[in-house]
Design a protein around this ligand. Sequence first.
Ligand SMILES: [Fe+2]
Ligand SMILES: [Fe+2]
Length: 452
Amino acid sequence: MKPFKFFLITDTHYFSEKLPAFGEAYKDFMDGEQKCFAETAAINKAAAEYLSKSEEADTILIAGDLSFNGEKQSHLDFIELLKGLKSAGKKIYVITAGHDCNEHPFAFDDTGRLSPEGTKREELYDLYYEFGFSEALSVHKDSLSYVAEISEDVWLFALNNDGDGEYHHTYTASQREWIDEMLRKGAELGKMMFVMNHYPLLPACPVFGLIGDAVMPGADEMTTVFADGGAHLGFTGHMHNQSIKCKTTEKGNKFWDVCTGSLIGCPAFMRLVEIKDKSTVQIKSIPVPDFKWDKGGLSHEEYLQRQFDMMIGNYLDYMANDPERLMRKLRLPDKAVLKKLLSKLGGFVQKATLGSVCKKFLVKCPDSVKDRPLKGFLLEIVRNIFTGNAPYTEDTDEYKAFMGVISRFSPVLAIVKKKVKVKGKPLDVKQMLHECLGNYGVDEYNTTLTLE
Ligand SMILES: [Fe+2]
Ligand SMILES: [Fe+2]
């Protein structure tokens, strides 16, 4: 096979400029949002301009959540943007996802929440026909999935994982049979095969393994099917985070999941991928370009990060000052005891430093981190989980202080590990935090993967 390059972007969440996004209800909604909203058209246009001018690659893959929340007008305008890329000589392959079909999307103006026209799932095939389906070797229309030969001897498995669209966000039985058949055909013909799927197929960190839809249901089985069937690589999105993770099957085959951040929220990156040969793939990450918007003097990266930090910071502030609001936002049960606990914990987080926490639990705190406010540290840990390449490995002072305190709870955590199972696996809180603080795997931005 010839070496082949393509761009991959995901979670473009385009929101039409013809729809309103302002007012008090809009501000309230944005309090808990990681992604930008009113700005998405400007960001998408800047990215499209970059991609249309780039001579690095002529193929662009988009891994779902194309529209903000299924507004018909957003799809129509996004498709115009894709048509522009096509006329600039680019080939585009998309999959759709949960945010692309919604019969009750929303917009905001001074009067409050509005209900613009939505999009039915059945409409997506025709809307996006010329961006993947029309070029496909094989289409599984019910599941909006297809396989296309995107370069000589390179097969893209573009898989929608909406399942029944409501409760089961995974492959349907007939889709699964079709995937098995296409894997068999591709392997027989000696094709280089890889997957594009909206939901992650491997958890970015162990905490994501516990969250409902942070990994596709059934992904453990499917990654084995892919790897043992000859597809060793998947590109995913949905969690709006940057990660590159690997698993090895019992038969000794590898599967790599390259999850990419959303185009319109921190961390906002695009991937440039080069398939050098059947078993060597180079991944590069390119920051989303600057976009036309009044960013109040901030750089576009600072502007996007401010939205992310505001979301986490607000949650921590609500915990202390308005626990009921936090409980509403996180859909927690309305229990007085929970409200009291959150408020107490929130108050502590607001005032503590790493040094004061260590002192409380009789742990030696390295001087370099003892004045760090706990709130800022927790916010950074959460942000690092999403941005990838988490920096606090065992040799860092931050690790020593934080895990020193956690170790004080070892006896309780040992009982939890023995008695509590989540998704069939023992809940190992210490190991989970260890892996969230620092990345011990490959560089999650720029790396060369060995697939076989
Ligand atoms: Fe998304
Ligand atoms: Fe999603």
